[in-house]
Design a protein around this ligand. Structure first.
Ligand code: ATP
Length: 140
């Protein structure tokens, strides 16, 4: 079956490197299905659990956000953080999720002048935690 090379790189390591049949990612421009010989592309990636199809199996990988380049039948994802499900600490992600939710709720009631920035940060933390919980099938 035709394949495309997928490399996912985080600041400290190569998280994934393999030939795959398809990758489905949430880009800043919407959901993209990348198949072999996809046209060249450069886009931002949102925090999410990306789907990878290989040997007719589907894998999930948590991506905290970053950039994706598609070129010469290769997908390169440069992520601020990325984890395979086996490396995800579910308890840590659940705590991060609850913490971000509490922060968003308290910001909602506060007249704090830094509210917008704090709210963006809490929202981003919530999305990263959600990506990890989705990759481990802990939440929908
Ligand atoms: P936390 O508040 O739990 O630190 P975070 O979303 O702020 O979560 P990041 O800044 O995205 O964390 O990641 C920092 C580092 O910690 C990265 O190397 C990332 O892979 C790792 N990491 C974060 N959360 C988890 C987790 N639940 N399981 C495994 N590794 C994690």
């Amino acid at each position: 079956m035709a394949s495309i090379k997928l490399e996912i790189v985080s600041p400290d390591k190569m998280v994934y490197s393999d030939d795959v049949e398809m990758a489905i990612v949430h880009s800043t421009g919407g959901e993209l299905g990348i198949m072999p010989n996809h046209a060249p592309l450069l886009t931002g990636i949102l925090p999410h659990a990306m789907h990878v199809k290989k040997d007719s199996h589907e894998e999930l990988i948590a991506i905290a956000g970053g950039f994706m380049e598609v070129s010469s039948n290769k997908i390169t994802i440069l992520a601020s953080a990325a984890e395979l499900p086996i490396n995800i600490d579910i308890n840590r992600a659940q705590k991060a999720y609850a913490r971000a939710q509490e922060r968003l709720e308290s910001l909602h009631q506060s007249p704090d002048e830094h509210k917008d920035i704090d709210s963006l940060r809490a929202h981003a933390a919530l999305e990263r935690a959600k990506a990890r919980l989705q990759a481990t099938k802990t939440i929908d």
